[in-house]
Design a binder for this molecule. Structure first.
Ligand SMILES: *Cc1c(COP(=O)(O)O)cnc(C)c1O
Length: 386
Protein backbone atom coordinates (compact mmCIF):
# COMPACT_ATOMS: atom_id res chain seq x y z
CA UNK A 1 0.00 0.00 0.00
CA UNK A 2 1.36 3.44 -0.91
CA UNK A 3 1.55 6.09 1.80
CA UNK A 4 -1.45 8.15 0.58
CA UNK A 5 -3.61 5.01 0.56
CA UNK A 6 -2.41 3.95 4.01
CA UNK A 7 -3.38 7.37 5.36
CA UNK A 8 -6.97 6.71 4.30
CA UNK A 9 -7.22 2.98 5.06
CA UNK A 10 -4.79 1.99 7.85
CA UNK A 11 -6.52 0.75 11.00
CA UNK A 12 -9.80 0.35 9.10
CA UNK A 13 -9.13 -3.07 7.53
CA UNK A 14 -11.97 -4.82 9.38
CA UNK A 15 -14.69 -2.19 8.86
CA UNK A 16 -16.20 -4.00 5.85
CA UNK A 17 -16.46 -7.21 7.86
CA UNK A 18 -18.08 -5.28 10.70
CA UNK A 19 -20.54 -3.79 8.22
CA UNK A 20 -19.75 -0.17 9.16
CA UNK A 21 -18.18 2.73 7.29
CA UNK A 22 -17.09 5.08 10.09
CA UNK A 23 -14.68 4.14 12.89
CA UNK A 24 -16.47 2.55 15.86
CA UNK A 25 -15.97 4.12 19.30
CA UNK A 26 -15.92 1.97 22.45
CA UNK A 27 -16.24 4.02 25.65
CA UNK A 28 -16.35 1.11 28.13
CA UNK A 29 -14.25 1.53 31.24
CA UNK A 30 -14.68 -2.10 32.20
CA UNK A 31 -15.49 -5.33 30.32
CA UNK A 32 -17.65 -8.25 31.52
CA UNK A 33 -15.58 -11.28 32.58
CA UNK A 34 -17.65 -14.30 31.54
CA UNK A 35 -14.86 -16.81 32.20
CA UNK A 36 -12.51 -16.23 35.13
CA UNK A 37 -9.66 -18.32 33.63
CA UNK A 38 -9.70 -16.25 30.45
CA UNK A 39 -10.00 -13.13 32.58
CA UNK A 40 -6.95 -14.03 34.66
CA UNK A 41 -4.82 -14.87 31.63
CA UNK A 42 -5.92 -11.69 29.86
CA UNK A 43 -5.17 -9.54 32.91
CA UNK A 44 -1.65 -10.98 33.24
CA UNK A 45 -0.96 -10.56 29.53
CA UNK A 46 -2.09 -6.91 29.41
CA UNK A 47 -0.33 -5.87 32.62
CA UNK A 48 2.79 -7.50 31.15
CA UNK A 49 2.58 -5.27 28.06
CA UNK A 50 0.74 -7.46 25.51
CA UNK A 51 -0.84 -5.55 22.60
CA UNK A 52 -4.22 -7.25 23.10
CA UNK A 53 -5.87 -10.13 24.98
CA UNK A 54 -9.01 -12.22 24.70
CA UNK A 55 -10.74 -10.06 27.33
CA UNK A 56 -9.79 -6.34 27.50
CA UNK A 57 -10.60 -6.41 31.27
CA UNK A 58 -10.28 -2.67 32.02
CA UNK A 59 -9.81 0.40 29.83
CA UNK A 60 -6.50 1.39 31.45
CA UNK A 61 -5.14 -1.90 30.04
CA UNK A 62 -6.71 -1.88 26.57
CA UNK A 63 -9.17 0.07 24.45
CA UNK A 64 -10.06 -1.02 20.89
CA UNK A 65 -10.60 2.52 19.56
CA UNK A 66 -7.16 3.60 20.79
CA UNK A 67 -5.62 0.35 19.46
CA UNK A 68 -7.03 1.11 16.00
CA UNK A 69 -5.40 4.52 15.92
CA UNK A 70 -2.13 2.96 17.14
CA UNK A 71 -2.25 0.42 14.34
CA UNK A 72 -2.77 3.19 11.78
CA UNK A 73 0.05 5.46 12.96
CA UNK A 74 2.43 2.46 13.26
CA UNK A 75 1.73 1.64 9.60
CA UNK A 76 2.47 5.25 8.61
CA UNK A 77 5.76 5.29 10.55
CA UNK A 78 6.65 1.77 9.27
CA UNK A 79 7.01 0.38 12.81
CA UNK A 80 5.64 -2.87 14.29
CA UNK A 81 3.65 -1.06 16.95
CA UNK A 82 2.63 2.26 18.46
CA UNK A 83 1.58 3.23 21.98
CA UNK A 84 -0.68 6.25 22.44
CA UNK A 85 -0.77 8.53 25.48
CA UNK A 86 -2.88 11.33 26.93
CA UNK A 87 -0.37 13.98 25.80
CA UNK A 88 3.00 14.36 24.12
CA UNK A 89 4.59 14.86 27.53
CA UNK A 90 3.00 11.65 28.86
CA UNK A 91 4.64 9.92 25.88
CA UNK A 92 8.02 11.54 26.65
CA UNK A 93 7.67 10.59 30.34
CA UNK A 94 6.93 6.95 29.48
CA UNK A 95 10.01 6.80 27.21
CA UNK A 96 12.23 8.25 29.97
CA UNK A 97 10.85 5.83 32.59
CA UNK A 98 11.26 2.88 30.21
CA UNK A 99 14.84 3.92 29.39
CA UNK A 100 15.82 3.59 33.06
CA UNK A 101 15.72 -0.20 32.66
CA UNK A 102 18.85 0.19 30.57
CA UNK A 103 20.60 3.12 32.22
CA UNK A 104 19.90 6.27 34.19
CA UNK A 105 21.61 8.76 31.91
CA UNK A 106 19.97 10.32 28.86
CA UNK A 107 22.12 11.98 26.19
CA UNK A 108 20.15 14.79 24.62
CA UNK A 109 20.82 17.30 21.86
CA UNK A 110 19.47 20.84 22.25
CA UNK A 111 17.26 22.54 21.41
CA UNK A 112 14.37 20.37 22.54
CA UNK A 113 10.75 21.30 23.12
CA UNK A 114 10.83 23.56 26.23
CA UNK A 115 8.98 21.17 28.54
CA UNK A 116 11.07 18.17 27.40
CA UNK A 117 14.19 20.18 28.24
CA UNK A 118 12.69 21.09 31.62
CA UNK A 119 11.56 17.52 32.43
CA UNK A 120 15.03 16.15 31.65
CA UNK A 121 16.74 18.73 33.86
CA UNK A 122 14.22 18.47 36.70
CA UNK A 123 15.26 14.98 37.77
CA UNK A 124 11.58 14.31 38.50
CA UNK A 125 11.68 10.93 36.77
CA UNK A 126 15.01 9.80 38.18
CA UNK A 127 16.96 10.23 34.96
CA UNK A 128 20.10 12.33 34.64
CA UNK A 129 20.58 14.31 31.48
CA UNK A 130 23.76 15.24 29.64
CA UNK A 131 23.28 17.76 26.84
CA UNK A 132 25.84 17.12 24.12
CA UNK A 133 26.63 18.38 20.62
CA UNK A 134 25.54 16.00 17.88
CA UNK A 135 29.18 15.29 16.98
CA UNK A 136 29.91 14.16 20.57
CA UNK A 137 27.26 11.44 20.91
CA UNK A 138 29.51 8.43 20.17
CA UNK A 139 32.21 9.68 22.56
CA UNK A 140 29.67 10.42 25.31
CA UNK A 141 28.04 6.98 25.53
CA UNK A 142 28.72 5.09 28.76
CA UNK A 143 27.36 1.78 30.16
CA UNK A 144 24.80 3.95 32.01
CA UNK A 145 23.38 5.58 28.86
CA UNK A 146 19.75 4.48 28.58
CA UNK A 147 18.62 6.69 25.71
CA UNK A 148 19.71 9.21 23.10
CA UNK A 149 17.05 11.91 22.68
CA UNK A 150 16.89 14.26 19.68
CA UNK A 151 14.27 16.46 18.04
CA UNK A 152 14.34 17.28 14.32
CA UNK A 153 13.25 19.71 12.98
CA UNK A 154 14.10 21.40 16.27
CA UNK A 155 11.90 23.79 18.20
CA UNK A 156 12.06 26.73 17.66
CA UNK A 157 15.26 27.29 15.60
CA UNK A 158 14.33 24.67 12.97
CA UNK A 159 17.82 23.12 12.87
CA UNK A 160 17.84 19.68 11.27
CA UNK A 161 19.75 16.70 12.67
CA UNK A 162 21.01 13.78 10.59
CA UNK A 163 19.07 10.89 12.16
CA UNK A 164 21.03 8.09 10.48
CA UNK A 165 24.29 9.61 11.75
CA UNK A 166 22.94 9.79 15.32
CA UNK A 167 21.78 6.15 15.10
CA UNK A 168 25.26 5.09 13.93
CA UNK A 169 26.91 6.97 16.79
CA UNK A 170 24.49 5.56 19.38
CA UNK A 171 25.35 1.93 18.54
CA UNK A 172 22.98 -0.30 20.51
CA UNK A 173 21.57 2.53 22.67
CA UNK A 174 18.00 3.30 21.51
CA UNK A 175 17.52 6.65 19.75
CA UNK A 176 14.33 8.60 20.42
CA UNK A 177 13.36 11.10 17.71
CA UNK A 178 10.71 13.69 18.50
CA UNK A 179 9.32 13.98 14.97
CA UNK A 180 6.36 16.21 15.84
CA UNK A 181 7.30 19.00 13.38
CA UNK A 182 7.73 16.59 10.46
CA UNK A 183 4.89 14.05 10.75
CA UNK A 184 5.30 10.77 8.81
CA UNK A 185 4.41 12.75 5.67
CA UNK A 186 7.79 14.51 5.71
CA UNK A 187 10.06 11.98 7.47
CA UNK A 188 9.98 8.43 8.81
CA UNK A 189 12.78 8.19 11.40
CA UNK A 190 12.30 4.42 11.91
CA UNK A 191 13.46 3.81 8.32
CA UNK A 192 16.73 5.51 9.36
CA UNK A 193 17.15 3.30 12.43
CA UNK A 194 15.48 5.34 15.19
CA UNK A 195 14.11 2.95 17.83
CA UNK A 196 11.43 5.32 19.12
CA UNK A 197 9.52 7.87 17.00
CA UNK A 198 7.55 10.29 19.13
CA UNK A 199 4.78 12.71 18.21
CA UNK A 200 2.90 15.27 20.16
CA UNK A 201 -0.28 14.25 18.32
CA UNK A 202 -1.77 17.48 19.66
CA UNK A 203 -0.08 19.19 16.71
CA UNK A 204 -0.26 18.07 13.05
CA UNK A 205 -1.75 14.62 13.64
CA UNK A 206 -4.77 16.16 15.39
CA UNK A 207 -4.48 19.19 13.14
CA UNK A 208 -7.59 21.02 14.28
CA UNK A 209 -6.62 22.29 17.73
CA UNK A 210 -9.10 20.12 19.64
CA UNK A 211 -7.13 17.08 20.87
CA UNK A 212 -4.23 16.69 23.33
CA UNK A 213 -2.39 13.44 22.68
CA UNK A 214 0.98 11.76 22.24
CA UNK A 215 2.19 8.60 20.54
CA UNK A 216 5.38 6.56 20.34
CA UNK A 217 6.00 4.33 17.30
CA UNK A 218 8.50 1.50 17.85
CA UNK A 219 9.10 -2.24 17.68
CA UNK A 220 6.99 -4.68 19.70
CA UNK A 221 9.62 -5.11 22.47
CA UNK A 222 9.78 -1.37 23.20
CA UNK A 223 6.00 -1.13 22.86
CA UNK A 224 5.49 -3.84 25.50
CA UNK A 225 7.57 -1.86 28.01
CA UNK A 226 5.76 1.39 27.15
CA UNK A 227 2.37 -0.33 27.60
CA UNK A 228 3.50 -1.58 31.03
CA UNK A 229 4.44 1.99 31.99
CA UNK A 230 1.13 3.30 30.61
CA UNK A 231 -0.94 0.69 32.43
CA UNK A 232 0.88 1.39 35.69
CA UNK A 233 1.01 5.20 35.51
CA UNK A 234 -2.26 5.79 33.66
CA UNK A 235 -1.21 8.35 31.02
CA UNK A 236 -4.01 7.14 28.76
CA UNK A 237 -5.43 8.49 25.53
CA UNK A 238 -9.21 8.80 25.73
CA UNK A 239 -11.07 6.82 23.01
CA UNK A 240 -12.88 9.96 21.77
CA UNK A 241 -9.51 11.64 21.29
CA UNK A 242 -8.21 8.52 19.50
CA UNK A 243 -11.27 8.66 17.23
CA UNK A 244 -10.62 12.31 16.34
CA UNK A 245 -6.94 11.62 15.63
CA UNK A 246 -7.79 8.65 13.42
CA UNK A 247 -10.51 10.65 11.67
CA UNK A 248 -7.96 13.32 10.76
CA UNK A 249 -5.30 11.00 9.30
CA UNK A 250 -6.79 10.76 5.77
CA UNK A 251 -6.26 14.53 5.27
CA UNK A 252 -2.84 14.69 6.97
CA UNK A 253 -0.81 14.78 3.76
CA UNK A 254 -3.09 17.39 2.15
CA UNK A 255 -2.84 19.60 5.24
CA UNK A 256 0.92 19.23 5.65
CA UNK A 257 1.72 19.87 1.98
CA UNK A 258 -0.60 22.86 1.66
CA UNK A 259 0.77 24.46 4.85
CA UNK A 260 4.31 23.80 3.62
CA UNK A 261 3.62 25.51 0.28
CA UNK A 262 2.27 28.55 2.15
CA UNK A 263 5.29 28.54 4.48
CA UNK A 264 7.73 28.57 1.58
CA UNK A 265 6.03 31.69 0.16
CA UNK A 266 5.94 33.50 3.52
CA UNK A 267 9.55 32.61 4.40
CA UNK A 268 10.83 34.02 1.10
CA UNK A 269 8.85 37.23 1.45
CA UNK A 270 9.84 37.67 5.10
CA UNK A 271 13.50 37.21 4.26
CA UNK A 272 13.48 40.24 1.98
CA UNK A 273 11.33 42.40 4.29
CA UNK A 274 13.11 45.46 5.71
CA UNK A 275 11.78 44.94 9.27
CA UNK A 276 13.04 41.36 9.51
CA UNK A 277 16.52 40.60 10.81
CA UNK A 278 16.62 36.90 9.88
CA UNK A 279 14.34 33.98 9.06
CA UNK A 280 15.04 30.45 10.30
CA UNK A 281 13.38 28.01 7.91
CA UNK A 282 14.73 24.76 6.44
CA UNK A 283 13.30 25.78 3.04
CA UNK A 284 15.80 28.67 2.96
CA UNK A 285 19.37 27.72 3.64
CA UNK A 286 19.29 29.52 6.99
CA UNK A 287 19.30 26.61 9.46
CA UNK A 288 21.82 23.90 10.36
CA UNK A 289 21.78 20.96 7.92
CA UNK A 290 19.02 22.45 5.75
CA UNK A 291 20.13 20.12 2.90
CA UNK A 292 18.50 17.25 4.83
CA UNK A 293 15.10 18.61 3.76
CA UNK A 294 15.75 16.91 0.39
CA UNK A 295 17.25 13.65 1.67
CA UNK A 296 16.01 12.79 5.15
CA UNK A 297 12.79 14.79 4.64
CA UNK A 298 10.28 15.27 1.86
CA UNK A 299 10.22 19.04 2.28
CA UNK A 300 10.93 21.76 4.84
CA UNK A 301 7.57 21.76 6.66
CA UNK A 302 5.46 24.69 7.75
CA UNK A 303 7.20 26.05 10.86
CA UNK A 304 9.62 28.93 10.89
CA UNK A 305 11.04 31.43 13.33
CA UNK A 306 12.05 34.99 12.54
CA UNK A 307 13.63 37.92 14.35
CA UNK A 308 12.02 41.32 14.11
CA UNK A 309 14.29 44.41 14.11
CA UNK A 310 13.76 46.23 17.39
CA UNK A 311 13.72 43.25 19.78
CA UNK A 312 11.05 42.59 22.37
CA UNK A 313 8.98 45.79 21.90
CA UNK A 314 8.86 45.35 18.12
CA UNK A 315 7.88 41.67 18.44
CA UNK A 316 5.08 42.54 20.89
CA UNK A 317 3.84 45.26 18.52
CA UNK A 318 3.65 42.75 15.65
CA UNK A 319 1.69 40.29 17.79
CA UNK A 320 -0.73 43.01 18.91
CA UNK A 321 -1.37 44.15 15.33
CA UNK A 322 -2.24 40.79 13.74
CA UNK A 323 -5.89 40.22 12.80
CA UNK A 324 -6.02 36.91 10.94
CA UNK A 325 -3.24 34.96 12.63
CA UNK A 326 -3.90 33.78 16.17
CA UNK A 327 -1.35 34.58 18.85
CA UNK A 328 -1.15 31.26 20.66
CA UNK A 329 1.25 28.48 21.58
CA UNK A 330 0.90 25.08 19.90
CA UNK A 331 1.31 24.42 16.19
CA UNK A 332 0.30 22.21 13.30
CA UNK A 333 -3.29 23.39 13.18
CA UNK A 334 -5.21 24.19 9.99
CA UNK A 335 -5.10 27.85 11.02
CA UNK A 336 -1.96 29.97 11.41
CA UNK A 337 -0.57 30.38 14.92
CA UNK A 338 2.23 32.70 16.03
CA UNK A 339 3.96 32.94 19.40
CA UNK A 340 6.91 34.38 21.29
CA UNK A 341 9.22 31.49 22.37
CA UNK A 342 11.24 33.42 25.00
CA UNK A 343 8.04 34.59 26.70
CA UNK A 344 5.97 31.41 26.33
CA UNK A 345 7.02 27.94 25.12
CA UNK A 346 10.69 28.18 26.07
CA UNK A 347 10.18 30.22 29.24
CA UNK A 348 11.22 27.17 31.30
CA UNK A 349 14.68 27.26 29.65
CA UNK A 350 17.38 29.43 31.31
CA UNK A 351 18.09 32.77 29.54
CA UNK A 352 21.72 31.93 28.73
CA UNK A 353 20.65 28.64 27.15
CA UNK A 354 17.97 30.44 25.12
CA UNK A 355 20.61 32.55 23.37
CA UNK A 356 22.58 29.41 22.51
CA UNK A 357 19.43 27.97 20.94
CA UNK A 358 19.03 31.06 18.75
CA UNK A 359 16.04 32.41 20.67
CA UNK A 360 16.19 36.17 21.21
CA UNK A 361 13.79 38.75 22.64
CA UNK A 362 12.61 39.60 19.11
CA UNK A 363 12.13 36.00 17.93
CA UNK A 364 8.65 34.92 16.83
CA UNK A 365 7.69 31.37 15.84
CA UNK A 366 5.15 30.94 13.08
CA UNK A 367 3.12 27.78 12.45
CA UNK A 368 1.66 28.36 9.01
CA UNK A 369 -1.83 27.04 8.33
CA UNK A 370 -3.72 26.12 5.18
CA UNK A 371 -5.34 29.53 4.52
CA UNK A 372 -4.61 31.55 1.38
CA UNK A 373 -0.92 32.59 1.35
CA UNK A 374 -1.66 36.15 0.16
CA UNK A 375 -4.16 36.73 2.97
CA UNK A 376 -1.56 35.55 5.49
CA UNK A 377 1.10 37.77 3.94
CA UNK A 378 -1.22 40.80 3.98
CA UNK A 379 -1.84 40.26 7.70
CA UNK A 380 1.88 39.91 8.48
CA UNK A 381 2.77 42.94 6.35
CA UNK A 382 0.30 45.29 7.99
CA UNK A 383 1.45 44.08 11.44
CA UNK A 384 5.13 44.63 10.54
CA UNK A 385 4.33 48.19 9.40
CA UNK A 386 2.17 48.99 12.44
C1 LIG B 1 3.87 20.15 21.94
C2 LIG B 1 5.12 19.36 21.85
C3 LIG B 1 5.44 18.39 22.81
C4 LIG B 1 4.55 18.12 24.01
O1 LIG B 1 3.31 17.63 23.62
P1 LIG B 1 1.94 17.87 24.46
O2 LIG B 1 0.94 17.16 23.62
O3 LIG B 1 1.73 19.35 24.56
O4 LIG B 1 2.14 17.27 25.80
C5 LIG B 1 6.59 17.67 22.65
N1 LIG B 1 7.43 17.89 21.60
C6 LIG B 1 7.16 18.82 20.67
C7 LIG B 1 8.12 19.03 19.54
C8 LIG B 1 6.01 19.59 20.75
O5 LIG B 1 5.76 20.52 19.83
Amino acid sequence: MQFATALVHAGREDLHRLGVHALPIDLSTTYPVADLDIGTQSFDALVGGAAAAENPIYARLFNPTVARFEQAIAALETTEAAVAFGSGMAAVSACLLAARQRGEEVLAVRPLYGTSDHLLRSGLLGVRVRFVDVEQIAASITPDTGLVFIETPANPNLDLIDIADVVRQAGDVPVLVDSTFATPVLQQPATLGAALVLHSATKFLGGHGDVIAGVVCCNEAHAATLRQVRAATGGLLHPLAAYLLHRGLPTLQLRVERAQANAQVLAQRLQSHARIERVMYPGLDTVKNSHLRHTQMRGPGSLMSFDVHGGYEAAVQVLKSLHLMTVAVSLGSVDTLIQHPAGLTHRVVATGDLALMGIGPGTLRLSVGIEDADDLWADLCQALHA
